[in-house]
Ligand binder design. Structure first.
Ligand code: IMP
Ligand code: MG
Length: 184
């Protein structure tokens, strides 16, 4: 285990099993629809790569780059949509895929942006982790991998200050690894 990790919450095996189930649910629920899986960068990349291979119906993929956190563990409260798909999403069922649903601001901003595109047939949401205790916007995801308590987690795409994304498991970051970073 990495020395900055206090404990492992979800092992590689546990994640793999759950992601397979999520992919099967998406396949079953959305079959026959024109589906675009939309990855929110950067945090969802690893989850996304595994999830898309667990979906067996025909889908397309696209990417959006959204930022709300910076180097801190507290949300800034504003969401910056840096890059958004410029393909025509008319008639598509867009499944927004993110690593973690925390305050809800990121997902809410992306969903709202997609709903402004009149032509989008449906918007669904899929997150690997749901930290419900921290929600400030009343929003749930259609597909959730695991619920997590109010702890700061890293690995499997999740970062702190852009680090730890490459850990193959999800673990709780030791408090002394981010204490000095907190917003003043
Ligand atoms: P929200 O907008 O507050 O829901 O935050 C969503 C974003 O915050 C996620 O896409 C993550 O990048 C980041 N985030 C929230 N909680 C954690 C965590 O425990 N570890 C790492 N990143 C987190
Ligand atoms: Mg992040």
């Amino acid at each position: 285990m990495h020395r900055d990790i206090e404990r492992v919450l979800f092992s590689e095996d546990a994640i793999r099993a759950r992601v397979t189930e999520l992919g099967a649910s998406i396949t079953e629920d959305l079959s026959g629809q024109d589906v675009v899986l939309l990855a929110l960068l950067k945090g969802s990349v690893i989850f996304f790569a595994d999830l898309m291979r667990s979906v067996s119906s025909q889908i397309r993929v696209d990417f959006a780059w959204v930022s709300s956190y910076g180097d801190r563990t507290e949300s800034r409260g504003t969401v910056d949509l840096k890059v958004f798909p410029d393909e025509d999403l008319g008639g598509k069922t867009v499944v927004v895929v993110d690593d973690i649903l925390d305050t809800g601001r990121t997902l809410a901003a992306v969903v709202e942006r997609l709903r402004q595109d009149q032509g989008v047939a449906a918007v669904k949401t899929c997150v690997l982790l749901d930290k419900a205790a921290r929600r400030v916007i009343d929003l749930g995801a259609d597909y959730v991998g695991f619920e997590v308590d109010d702890v700061f987690v890293v690995g499997y795409g999740l970062d702190h200050a852009d680090r730890y994304r490459n850990l193959p498991y999800i673990g709780v970051l030791k408090a002394d690894c981010y204490g000095g970073d907190e917003a003043s």
